[in-house]
Design a protein around this ligand. Structure first.
Ligand code: SF4
Length: 481
């Protein structure tokens, strides 16, 4: 049972409705078309990518001469209305949704960024995190650059502008040699839309087609939403150029071994997206099957912590032959602005978000599947709720290995101190959250889930500490204020 005597030596987020999940930094969407309503299509594309960032949203459009921009804090439907979209006319657009990990949560840090440079105007939208940003910024400042925001994206745009004596493609190619870290970038000039994926391909980016027009997006679900056909993923280290001549492609000279973030498949990406040849939902199901091969439980039912644990829970049920049931109902209408309840209303707050279906749970021995336990802030409350609903036995299964290291590539796991698996052994975590059993998928088991087709090569650094890109000592410490 959950003990009240547990002391917590690590810091935990204050919000009682904290979901104890890592958060993605951003989503990007771009379209090139002289016929279509590009602002509205970008709006719909960003709507489909809203799960990748809820703090701010923005769209920049180019009419061939000028770039117009609208961006603000808030969700996509809060930032745009019909009047704003009607004003955003042109032949190409880039859009961005943001959750901040680098740079404060301020309107000035919203994207896309649009700047004037020696050859005209340039717009830029970025998903990822540049690890050598402090050194790059110091060099640029020493050479006369000034910065308005705390974004690493502003450093990227400065770098590209500095190299742009010949062509934008050449400037991007040169910038890619200087930039270390993860980036899926959309760059827009007055006449070109360009997609760039970092040499390791850490963040996803894909290319689609709607009629004769081309689209770039962080995830394929955004292509589906606007009725575009998926063509292919942008390759690690690839620069895709879309202009009046169609699509062309260049390869960066510093292409590396592919290391796509495995957490995109575990939790971040939408289940209906396909990344590098794998459908996210099917991979999650396979993770559940793998959990069943690794941990056999003598229980009556498999339930999930909705929604992110559901595909893996179904996989566990399929492999083990134990029935899957919905045991927790998720309230989908709790927005970001929900007032944090007082301490005395802590349990009520959890029930606002998740409510147990008592007749399903009463007297049952359960396997409960979740995708990750990062700080351990909510698992104990959920298990207590299940016991209050009459569950007799609870085995918590997690479809990611224990998170043991910080992420420097665009996810908000910035320090090891906040990670429960660093502070406690697995049996201590089990006791702390009040479960009868606790099992995390093994790292080898997780990688086996990608055996069927698709491209291999994943970053797993937050589980094993093996960082594919060297981390400068000052990474994560640098604050641009
Ligand atoms: S460290 Fe973890 S969260 Fe970060 S990119 Fe690698 S796998 Fe993804």
């Amino acid at each position: 049972m959950l003990s009240n005597n547990n002391t917590q030596p690590w810091s935990q987020p204050e919000g009682l409705l904290s979901d104890d999940k890592p958060h993605e930094e951003c989503g990007v969407f771009g379209i090139y078309s002289s016929d279509l309503d590009i602002a509205r299509l970008t709006y719909f594309g960003l709507y489909a990518l809203q799960h990748r960032g809820q703090e701010s949203a923005g769209i920049a459009v180019s009419d061939g001469k000028n770039i117009k921009l609208h961006k603000d804090m808030g969700l996509v439907p809060e930032v745009f209305d019909d009047d704003i979209l009607n004003r955003l006319t042109g032949k190409m657009a880039i859009g961005h949704v943001r959750y901040s990990t680098t740079g404060s949560s301020l309107a000035i840090n919203a994207q896309p960024l649009v700047v004037h440079y020696s050859r005209g105007m340039i717009g830029l939208a970025h998903n990822g995190n540049i690890t050598n940003i402090a050194a790059l910024r110091r060099t640029l400042e020493a050479n006369g650059s000034v910065f308005q925001s705390t974004l690493d994206t502003e450093v990227i745009v400065n770098l590209i502008a500095r190299y742009a004596q010949s062509s934008i493609e050449d400037a991007i190619m040169k910038s890619m040699i200087d930039l270390k870290g993860s980036y899926a970038l959309l760059v827009m000039t007055e006449d070109k839309l360009i997609g760039v994926r970092d040499p390791f391909g850490i963040r996803p980016l894909c290319l689609g087609k709607k009629g004769d027009d081309y689209v770039l997006a962080s995830e394929s679900c955004a292509l589906d939403t606007i009725g575009a056909e998926f063509i292919r993923d942008v390759e690690p280290g690839e620069i895709v150029i879309i202009d009046e001549n169609g699509v062309s492609s260049l390869r960066s000279t510093n292409r590396a071994e592919k290391k796509t973030c495995v957490f995109e498949y575990i939790y971040f990406a939408r289940p209906d997206s396909n990344i590098d040849g794998y459908n996210v939902n099917l991979v999650r199901r396979e993770m559940g099957r793998q959990l069943a091969r690794e941990y056999k439980a003598d229980v009556d039912l498999v339930i999930s912590i909705p929604d992110s644990g559901t595909a893996a829970a179904r996989g566990y049920a399929e492999e083990s032959g134990i029935p899957f049931e919905e045991g927790l109902l998720k309230n989908r209408y709790i927005g970001r602005t929900f007032i944090q309840p007082s301490q005395s209303m802590r349990e009520l707050a959890v029930k606002l978000k998740l409510n147990p279906i008592v007749p399903v749970l009463k007297g049952k021995r359960l396997v409960v599947v979740d995708d990750s336990i990062v700080r351990g802030t909510t698992s104990g409350r959920i298990i207590r709720m299940l016991r209050d609903a009459g569950a007799k036995e609870i085995h918590m299964l997690v479809s990611s290995p224990p998170v043991l290291y910080a992420c420097h590539y665009g996810i908000d796991i910035s320090t090891r101190d906040e990670l429960i698996a660093v502070q406690k052994k697995i049996d201590e975590i089990r006791d702390y959250i009040g479960a009868d059993g606790l099992h995390y998928i093994s790292l080898e088991g997780l990688i086996k889930c990608f055996d069927k087709g698709g491209q291999k090569g994943f970053c797993t650094a937050c589980f094993c500490g093996n960082y594919p890109i060297e981390i400068p000592e000052e990474a994560g410490k640098f604050v641009f204020e």
